[in-house]
Design a protein around this ligand. Structure first.
Ligand SMILES: [Zn+2]
Length: 196
């Protein structure tokens, strides 16, 4: 029997203070944690309904409506798109199927292509140069249309390592527009050179 949200909530409150705040985790001591100073955990909220995701119905899905107009690379089944504007890290690109689908219901032929494609995109992002690591993530709590994040972490800035790279992306000043476009062009060229 899985633990229900109510059971988890009650169990967690046993470790919380009177304000329903859990203790700060050791993560605050990591050198990659971007913040310092007095911090506390937000009070734990009781269970509620699952919030709706954007584009749960394909008719309302922004990705399906937008098609491939913002893609820096595509083939007949997949799209690779940048964020809307430059952010702090050298490259962030999003891999999505053209077809409206989530990971759990991805058609078998797309599922078979996904593994090799993830490897290709990682290599293409790494081709930008001065990249320490390409983080690959799929969360899917915001938009229903399947999307994988490829988040390039700059080399030789060890403080930017780990999953906090996604937070550092919001902290670092945005890349100059020209450099951002140059980096995306390298990714597009590397993928095209790699067949497709
Ligand atoms: Zn869609």
């Amino acid at each position: 029997m899985p633990e229900t949200a109510e059971e988890l909530y009650r169990r967690a409150l046993e470790s919380a203070d009177a304000d329903r705040r859990l203790p700060m985790p050791p993560v605050a001591e990591w050198e990659t944690f971007p913040f310092e100073g007095e911090m506390r955990v937000r009070p734990l909220r009781p269970p509620g309904d699952e919030p709706p995701r954007a584009g749960e119905d394909p008719a309302d899905c922004w990705r399906c409506r937008r098609g491939d107009e913002d893609a820096i690379w595509s083939d007949s089944r997949w799209l690779l798109t940048p964020l809307e504007k430059p952010s702090g890290l050298p490259v962030i690109v999003i891999l999505q199927p053209r077809e409206h689908s989530d990971l759990g219901d991805l058609p078998p032929e797309l599922a078979a292509e996904l593994g090799p494609l993830i490897v290709r995109v990682e290599r293409a992002v790494d081709a930008v140069g001065e990249i320490g690591r390409v983080h690959v993530g799929r969360w899917g709590d915001g938009s229903a249309h399947l999307h994988f994040w490829f988040i390039a972490r700059p080399a030789r800035l060890p403080q930017l390592r780990t999953s906090f790279a996604a937070i550092w992306d919001d902290i670092l000043p945005p890349l100059p527009e020209e450099l951002w476009r140059e980096n995306l062009a390298i990714v597009a060229r590397a993928l095209a050179a790699d067949g497709g």
